[in-house]
Each structure stands twice: as C-alpha cells, then as structure tokens.
Ligand binder design. Structure first.
Ligand code: ATP
Ligand code: MG
Length: 770
C-alpha cells in the first residue's frame, strides 16, 4: 500500500474532511497553530496527484519560505513512496509567491515587454536608484538623507503591494507631497527598466500585470494551494485568483489570522474574508473547515499562548480553544536576569542540562531581532554548544558577501551596470566617481542608440585607449578586473566536472584574482587583528560558496553536451534576493540532522516546531520593539502593538514540550542602547505571568536580583498596594538598594519620593508604563 494511504488514515475527522473536500469547492482551513494545517495541505497535494491523477506540473503550491517548500517536498516524497506510476515531484510548481512569479516572468515576460534576462534588484540597488532620483529632482548640492530614501521606498513598495503602477495610484488629496512621491515612483521605475532590473515587489506586480494580460500562460493549472495564507498581501491574493483562473477557482488555502506577522509588508489578514466574498460572488461553493486538535504543544503552552492573545491583543478576535494531544505537561518557565549576558549564559547551561534527554537539534532560541543573537552566540561558543543561525538580511549585508555577489552579477551579465560599478569601485585602485561616470556615460550612450549596452566591452575599449580618460595605472587595474571576469566565464564553460564543481572553481578563482579578502580586511579590521578579520571574511565567503555550489546539480557534464554552468549562476543570483529572509548558515540539506541548536528570528521560525523553545528578551523595547513603542500615531501604534503580540504568539507556539521565557533588565556589550534599563515586556505582564513557573536562581541571589523575578511575576499585585509594597516593587525592579528605609507613612509620599529619585525611563508601578 502506498504510504500516503496509511498517513490519510491517521488524520482526525476534520482533517480528513478537509482532505477529501470535492475539488470543485473552494476550501478554506482557518485554524490555530499545530493543528495540522500544513500536514493537511501536503496530504491534499498527495491526494490530488495520486487519487485525482493531476499531473504535478499542473498543481501550484505556495509556501511562505523556501525552507518550507523544501520541507513540504520532502514530506511529499515520503507520502508518495510506493505509488505507481512514479510521480516526478520536481515538476511540481512549488515555492514562494515570489519564486513562482519569477518563473512565470522568465517564461512569458515578453507579453509585457520584459526582457527575460532581467536581474532582480536587491535592497541596496533599489535604494541607490531612489537616491539618484531624489538627488536629481530635489537636491542638486545637498546630500539626500537615508531616511528620505527609506520613506520613498516604503511608499513605492506599498503601492506595488496593492498592484498599482505610478499612473494608477489614486491621488491622496490630503498629502501635499503626493505629487513628489508619484514622480519619484515613476522615475525609479524607469531607471529599473533602463537597467533591465525588477525589484522584489515587481516580481509580484509584473507577474500580476502579465497574467491579467495573458492568462493563457497558466492555462493548464488544475489546482492552487496556499499555505500561511494570513500573510498574503493584496497582490498575492489577486495572483492567487489569476493562478486559479483557468481551473475555475479550484483553490485550497490554509492559515491562521492569529499568526499574521507581515503587516509591515502590507499583508492583509482580511484576505480570508475578501477571498470568500470573491468566490461566493463568482458562484462558487466555499467549504470551511475548522481544526481544533493541537498535535504539537502541551496544554500549559497552549493555555499560556491563548492568554497572551486574549488579554493583550486589542483588535477583535475569536477565542480559540485548542485541545492538546500530548500527555506530557511541563509548566511554562519564566526567569528574569540582570543582563542579557546572564540570560544567555543561563540558556547555555539549561541546554547543556537538557542534553540528557534531548538532542541539540531539538532546541531553538527564538528572538525578535537578529542583533540579539550576538550575545547568545557568544555564550554558545563559550560553552561549546553547536548552533546554526537562520539569517535575516544580515549575512547578505556583509561587505564581502555583497561584493562577491556584485562580482558574480558582473560575470553573469554584461548589462548589469550596478554589479559592475560597485565591484569596479571597490577592487580597482583609483576608480572614483568620476571614472565610473565616464564608463556609465558610454554605457548609456550605447543604450540610447538602441543597443543593449555592454559594460565588459566598454572596459576593454578604455583599456585599449580607444576611449580616453584613464591613466596608465587605472588601465592596469581595469585590465586585471576584466581578466578576472574573463577567466571566471571561461571556467564556467569548461566541460570537465559537474556544474557545481565548476561554480566552486570559478568562485575560488574570483576570490583569489580580485584580492577580495585582503581588500575587505583592510577596511574591516577595526578592533581586531587583520588576520582575524581575514579569517572571518574567508569564512563568510566560504558560506556563500557553499550556497552557490549546493544550488547547482552535482552531475557530471557529458562530453559533447552543449552545457555551461552560467544559467545556474543566474538562478542562484535570483534566489538570493527571493529567499534572503530564510537562509540557513548551513546548507539546506543537513539542517535537521546537523545536531545543532537553532537560533532564529520569529519571522524565520514560522510554520516550524521544536521540542524545546527559548524565547529570551521579553522586554519593552525588544518585544514589543522600541519602534512600536515610539510610534506617535495611536492607530498605527495599536495595530503595530497587536502585531507584536502575534509575533510573541508565533514564537511560543513553536514549542512542543518545554517553553522557557525570559527577561533581562540591561544589555551588555556592543548593543545599541546598552546600559539602558528595560522594563518587563507589557505583553506578558499580568494574566500571562500568573501561568508561569519561576525557577530558583541561587547563583544570582548574591547579586540582589533574585527577587526581581518575584516582582516581575507579581507585578500586578503590587499595583496600588500600600507604600511598603510600592517601595519593594521599586527597589527590586529598579535595582535601587533594597534597604530603602521605610520611614514614610503614606503611600502617596512614598510614591512621589521615589518618583523624584528615579531616572525617567524606569517603570511606573501604578500603571506598568515606563
Ligand atoms: P502552524 O500554524 O504553526 O503552521 P500547522 O497547523 O501547520 O501549524 P502542522 O505543522 O501541520 O501544523 O502540524 C503540527 C504537528 O502536528 C506536526 O508535527 C504534525 O506532524 C503533527 N500532526 C498534525 N496532525 C496530526 C495527526 N492527525 N496525527 C499525528 N500528528 C499530527
Ligand atoms: Mg503550518
């Protein structure tokens, strides 16, 4: 019997009902964390392929991250074992919305006059182009501020998330700057076009425009399935309609509005209702299935999570009663520490203690912001705990990584001016703004004459002095740069070795010839020895290489085959921008078996689960983040605060067996805002804290901090109690020596006395506010 049939029999009643819902109906599964949504949607794909016999290339599945797509493919491969005839899962149309859209654009871009060799602009490219536009328009001499660039970028991105091109944005009469924004948007769009670039949002927007115009592109699609639907934005919703246009709305979506954490990217939790309306209007039957059995977490974790949501989220929400299917029930632990260093050290100790019953890979530390990982890493290194970090942008923002990517872009395409210009500027001595401008002018001239433009050739003409302007030294530098590119391309066309070997060989060659390690180290070695800096750079480049070589197939190229590894280079460069949110430091294949603790941001932890989860840094200013607390517009602040609450909810519901929460009062080390005292997170003060258990900290009591635990936990109890307790709360919470003499008789006097003696950022015990 094929495996999928066995697995189908393990589904509970509602899960099974969802699985076999007639495909003519639109299916929505709205359910809480750990209830098996992803399991059911995966089973439904197996069902469609095996029972309904849909060809895999006719089924579109979107997941939120590349990692989730890989995991689903792995699960599917298991499910389909024993099926005859064999189903080729490589043909399945599976990936994030972005990657699916890029695939569509590459194949059918010509229908919207898009050159299929387009590159995807990364954040830096976009900002550079926007800055240029703003400079041209507004400030001939002044420097354009980064904050302005960001603001314009946000505006453009928001328009694109609603599928609006510059001419389509409805005028906002209340906004005086509207015209400027639209002007900048259209100029920016034009400069993207000129460079044959599309930005991150364009991947979706242009695919949307394309499918509107040419729906035949997906004429064979028979079913569309979407996981994590709560985090789709308007364009993604429209895209989903278009994906399913030719199969008459055969659509399955699953998600959980409580886990919507992408508001900052214009995700719309309302899409559930929009979608229902849309399909009902079109005469479709919409089947909704609820799932209430939770197969992931213990009862105490579920209760704690529900209490956070029901008491802290302001916007309306249906209470969710989830039944835990597990027998174990360890309490949720909460601990407070004077500093993040002590917190990190304790996490490391706890993990060591846990290794008697758990593997390192069973443990995750889930943090709100990437910068918090530094201290934890430090303590893990100290304690010899192996770990992997799920990268946010940080890895891709490293100087050496960005430079190498620029180099790779130049190797991949002669029209990639941005890739060329940044790598030229960095590696060719004496290449300044003026010289770059010379080259760019030449490049633009070619393009204005209707040619494609070829930076590589232009450089060669400068070297040969067919064009004037560069001195001998500069020409020499250019010569060696051009040679590096030439040699790299030559290696890619080699016919010995596999694609992935060729890419690796090419990578090493470029690093060596360009002198990249030394050049970056010379700029980067602040505070450390140059040798240390070099090692770090090599390590990071090694990681980039690792990602590149695992990207391409490791098959021997057959002799006489007309093969080159360069298409893989292009695809790799695409993938960098698409999946930057979810890159593992390790290669994707071995992350589960690697025996390492995972350190991840909340956004990187989406949809995943671990037996042991630590959620440190539960401070006001971290979770909720300081940006949210500082927001002055009340409506925006409330919405953002609710999103912070859902972030916490996502983090804690990743835990299966044991959840450790913790708070620290001060940051130590190289952190921004270190030394500032942070109050306990308002997201857990009060009712949620009534549900947790604290552990003894013998080692901390000597420092007079153990009782901060108690205060943190009983914080609500201290509200408006008598003076003595107010003092107690203050002294313990704010680290003022405990021995404040109790000489005052009334609470009022005491209160004002303490207030006047405290720095401004301390917590007010009466209101719980800072
Ligand atoms: P999230 O909202 O966090 O994405 P989810 O609803 O997608 O969660 P899954 O990841 O599909 O939940 O399932 C959570 C865990 O429960 C997984 O380990 C899954 O294998 C297990 N599970 C789900 N349904 C069943 C079942 N019927 N029998 C046994 N295990 C199940
Ligand atoms: Mg899921």
């Amino acid at each position: 019997m094929p495996v999928y049939k066995e697995v189908f029999s393990t589904l509970n009643e509602n899960q099974y009902k969802a699985l076999v819902t007639p495909t003519a109906n639109v299916l929505q599964i709205l359910a809480g964390p750990g209830t098996g949504k992803t399991r059911v949607i995966t089973a439904r794909v197996a069902y469609l392929l095996c029972e309904e016999k849909l060809p895999p290339e006719d089924v579109i599945v979107t997941t939120f991250t590349k990692k989730a797509a890989n995991e689903m493919k792995k699960r599917l491969a298991d499910l389909l074992r024993g099926c005859t005839p064999k189903i080729d899962l490589n043909k399945l149309f599976i990936g994030t919305f972005h990657s699916i859209c890029v695939r569509i654009l590459r194949s059918f871009g010509k229908h919207i006059n898009l050159d299929s060799r387009f590159k995807i602009a990364d954040d830096t490219d976009s900002k550079q182009l926007i800055k240029r536009v703003l400079q041209d328009k507004f400030s001939a001499n002044d420097k354009v501020k980064d904050s302005d660039v960001n603001e314009y970028k946000y505006f453009i991105s928001a328009c694109k998330s609603k599928a609006l091109l510059p001419g389509e944005v409805p005028q906002d009469l209340s906004d005086k700057a509207f015209e400027d924004h639209i002007y900048a948007y259209s100029r920016y769009q034009k400069s993207l076009e000129d460079n044959n670039l599309i930005d991150f949002d364009d991947c979706l927007l242009l695919a949307y425009k394309l499918l509107k115009k040419y729906p035949q592109a997906l004429k064979n699609v028979k079913h569309v399935l979407v996981d994590e639907f709560q985090d789709t934005n308007l364009v993604q919703l429209e895209l989903m309609y278009l994906f399913g246009l030719n199969c008459n709305g055969k659509v399955t979506v699953v998600g959980d509005p409580d886990q919507s954490i992408y508001g900052f990217r214009q995700a719309e939790a309302n899409n559930f209702y929009r979608m229902e309306e849309h399909y009902v209007r079109g005469g479709h039957q919409v089947t909704k299935v609820q799932l209430t059995e939770n197969y992931r977490s213990t009862d105490s974790i579920l209760r704690f999570a529900e209490t956070v949501m029901s008491t802290k989220q302001k916007s309306k929400r249906e209470p969710k009663k989830l039944n835990s299917n597990t027998t174990q029930n360890t309490p949720v632990y909460f601990d407070a520490y004077p500093t993040n260093k002590q917190e990190a050290r304790r996490i490391a100790e706890d993990i060591e203690g846990l290794t008697k019953s758990y593997k390192y890979s069973d443990v995750a530390v889930i943090i709100r912001s990437a910068f918090l990982s530094r201290m934890i890493e430090q303590e893990f290194i100290h304690a010899n705990i192996p770990y992997i970090i799920v990268h946010g942008r940080s890895f891709w923002e490293l100087k050496e990584v960005k430079l190498m990517v620029d180099f790779l872009r130049a190797i991949a395409s002669n029209v990639d001016w941005l890739g060329y210009s940044r790598s030229l500027e960095f590696v060719v001595a004496g290449m300044g703004a003026k010289s770059l401008e010379n080259i760019e002018t030449e490049f633009n001239k070619q393009r204005n004459q209707g040619h494609e433009g070829n930076v590589y050739r232009i450089l060669k003409r400068f070297i040969k002095r067919e064009m004037v302007g560069f001195n001998a030294k500069l020409r020499e530098g250019l010569q060696s740069y051009v040679k590096t590119i030439h040699k790299a391309r030559h290696i890619l066309k080699d016919d010995e070795g596999s694609m992935s070997e060729l890419l690796g060989k090419m990578f090493d060659r470029v690093v060596k010839d360009s002198n990249l390690v030394e050049l970056v180290a010379a700029k980067k070695s602040k505070g450390k020895s140059e040798e240390d800096a070099k090692n770090e750079i090599r390590e990071n480049l090694g990681e980039l290489k690792n990602q590149l070589v695992t990207f391409a197939p490791n098959e021997e190229i057959l002799e006489g085959e007309n093969n080159t590894a360069s298409p893989f280079l292009t695809q790799f460069l695409d993938s960098i921008y698409l999946y930057e949110q979810n890159h593992y430091k390790q290669s994707q294949e071995n992350d589960d078996s690697s025996g390492k603790v995972t350190i991840t941001t909340i956004h990187g932890a989406k949809g995943l689960e671990w037996p042991i989860v630590f959620v440190p840094g539960l401070c006001d200013g971290i979770l909720p983040s300081k940006y949210v607390l500082q927001e002055t517009n009340k409506m925006k602040r409330d919405a953002a605060m609710d999103e912070e609450c859902r972030c916490l909810y996502v983090a804690i519901t990743r835990a299966k067996d044991i959840l450790y929460l913790s708070y620290f009062a001060e940051t130590e080390g190289f952190y921004y805002g270190s030394g500032e005292r942070k109050p306990l997170s308002r997201l857990i003060r009060g009712s949620p804290l009534q549900l947790v258990q604290q552990r003894e900290h013998k080692e901390l009591s000597g420092e007079g901090f153990a009782s901060a635990n108690a205060v943190a936990k009983n914080f609500d109890k201290y509200k408006s109690r008598n003076a003595q307790q107010v003092v107690k709360a203050y002294t313990e919470f704010s680290h003022i020596p405990v021995a404040v003499p109790i000489v005052f008789t009334t609470a009022k006097k005491m209160h004002s006395k303490i207030m006047s003696g405290l720095p401004q950022n301390r917590l007010n015990p009466a209101t719980g506010a800072p």
